[in-house]
Design a protein around this ligand. Structure first.
Ligand SMILES: NC(=O)c1ccc[n+]([C@@H]2O[C@H](COP(=O)([O-])OP(=O)(O)OC[C@H]3O[C@@H](n4cnc5c(N)ncnc54)[C@H](OP(=O)(O)O)[C@@H]3O)[C@@H](O)[C@H]2O)c1
Length: 396
């Protein structure tokens, strides 16, 4: 059987490592052509040794030199072409030998390389939700023009995608997105003002990268997923609702016009949706523990508390207003999450900062990639300025 040739952006991250675990489980099915990391060249070197990609890319020229020296110092190691920076990421994403790109960098940094892959006609396994949040309309238009399939990796979107199989899209009434609620679902508002980065990084069900783990704690992750679903499935935002489901067993549901609700269930393990995106429309015998629903006994659901988690409301607002506002929401969130992780701002200052930046933004009239990139740049600058002000206020 011909192996599917894949490239992975963000190979050193949580999704990237889980993707390589699937390749490890199915060496006859997949071949790694390209890998891209940010700065973790020690892990990238190990991945190069194991998967022998033709090309790799890292964040900058200095890291590329260091990686080159690491590989030269070990004569047993295979040596791929080493690229760097946005252009390097684009070349990995659009590599002529690859069939499919797993887009799994974190943040808006994934946008331009992902667009390069679509431009080159690669099938896209999309984990980097920020790409669709920031430029959903542009990404979906380009994919339609190029005849490119976008296969969701996010567990909720994979669940929706699976629940839509074999059904007529015009019969869809609603999308019901489930959310674990994160580590603070049961905490009071006053407690949330005092939570530490370490507490916020302890997700009850999922093991993920730091940024998405904080996004899960603020519910911004769910907000970003609402916008992602709006573009991926072409559904108006007001037909997408969010439901807290602390067990993370139902990964999302769709409701049809005849009243039927179809859901996808499974243990919370990203290898399941990753494997489905890699092998679609086939299914692979992935090595994960089975779901024992009957042992679990009960599944529970709660409405989201928007007073405790204002990020969800902000994301709906950005999606409804559209144009450059979702890019501003995303950029301000990236800056706010970093500032929180560095101890510069408090947990409840994350939504405050994002809302201030959104309120100051003048939404661009015509939506172009340039306008989006400019809004992203402006929002980061504005958010950094506000974070510095908030940090000063916090000083004793
Ligand atoms: N983790 C999950 O379970 C999960 C589930 C659904 C969706 N997602 C989405 O998947 C994406 C990745 O999440 P993750 O949890 O895998 O994140 P992660 O563990 O933090 O990994 C991020 C990856 O991106 C690289 N990276 C970070 N900043 C970069 C930059 N500026 N330029 C180039 N590369 C950069 C990192 O490289 P280095 O580490 O080498 O610096 C790493 O390989 C996010 O968009 C997230 O929302 C994740």
């Amino acid at each position: 059987m011909n192996r599917k040739r894949i490239c992975i952006l963000g190979s050193t991250g949580s999704i990237g490592r889980n993707t390589l675990e699937i390749v490890r489980q199915f060496p006859d099915r997949f071949e790694v052509v390209g890998l891209a990391a940010g700065g973790n060249i020690t892990l990238l070197r190990d991945q190069i040794g194991e998967f022998r990609p033709r090309v790799v890319a890292v964040m900058n020229a200095e890291l590329a030199d260091t990686l080159g020296r690491l590989l030269d110092g070990d004569s047993a190691l295979f040596r791929p072409e080493i690229l760097h920076g946005t252009e390097g990421y684009r070349r990995v994403a659009a590599h002529p030998d690859a069939h499919l790109l797993v887009s799994a960098m974190v943040g808006a940094a994934g946008l331009l390389p992902t667009l390069a892959a679509i431009e080159a006609g690669k099938t896209l396994a999309l984990a980097n939700k920020e790409t669709l949040v920031v430029a959903g309309e542009i990404v979906m238009d380009l994919a339609a023009r190029k005849g490119v399939s976008i296969l969701p990796v996010d567990s909720e979107h994979s669940a929706i995608f699976q629940s839509l199989q074999g059904n007529n899209r015009s019969a869809l009434r609603r999308i019901l997105l489930t959310a674990s609620g994160g580590p603070f679902f049961r905490r009071g508002c006053d407690e949330l003002c005092r939570v530490t980065p370490d507490a916020a990084l302890c997700h009850p069900n999922w093991s993920m990268g730091r940024k998405i783990t904080i996004d899960s704690a603020t519910l911004m992750n769910k907000g970003l997923e609402v916008i992602e679903a709006r573009w991926l499935f072409g559904v108006p935002v007001d037909q997408i609702s969010v439901h807290i489901h602390p067990e993370s067993i139902i990964h999302s549901m769709v409701e049809y016009i005849d009243g039927s609700v179809i859901a996808q269930l499974g243990i919370p393990d990203m290898k399941i949706p990753i494997a489905y995106a890699l092998s679609y429309p086939e299914r692979l015998p992935v090595q994960v523990p089975p779901l024992d629903l009957f042992q679990l006994g009960k599944l529970s659901f709660f409405p989201p508390d928007e007073a405790k988690f204002p990020c969800l409301r902000l994301a709906y607002e950005a999606c409804r207003k559209g144009a450059t506002l979702p890019a501003v929401l995303n950029a301000a969130n990236e800056v706010a999450v970093s500032a929180f992780l560095e101890g510069r701002i408090g947990f409840m200052q994350i939504p405050k900062l994002i809302e201030s930046v959104m309120n100051t933004h003048t939404v661009a009239g015509t939506l172009t990639l340039e306008a989006i990139l400019e809004a992203d740049r402006w929002a980061r600058e504005e958010a950094e300025r506000l974070a510095a002000e908030l940090a000063l206020e916090r000083q004793p």
